[in-house]
Ligand binder design. Sequence first.
Ligand SMILES: [Zn+2]
Ligand SMILES: [Zn+2]
Length: 120
Amino acid sequence: MTDVVLDEGCELCEAARFTHWYYEDQVCWVADCEACSTPMVVWKSHGTEPETGEVDWMLARLTEAGMHRFGEGIGSVDRTMRQVPDHFHAHLRDPHWLARRWTEPPSKYSGVGGARQLVK
Ligand SMILES: [Zn+2]
Ligand SMILES: [Zn+2]
């Protein structure tokens, strides 16, 4: 496994726990993205090139979170890194993610795993 490298001032390295967290281990964490509210997997190390096995692992954990949230076979992995191009992460976007940003309150952190709770 790759050594974990952190970058001061990188928001993904900071890994702030504001939204719902679906999963966490030594390789990655999966939580609702603060910007778009869809599940997002983030590599625990700062950089763009995890090993192939780690990428597969992370995308599988992301897909699991998406299944939990939206149901089986809904949504697709989006590996485009728009906001933080230098730290590996990926989103799981369902077809309605864009509209939902404005109609659904964001989730809140309530421990890793468990039921997803919304900010009231
Ligand atoms: Zn996002
Ligand atoms: Zn980072």
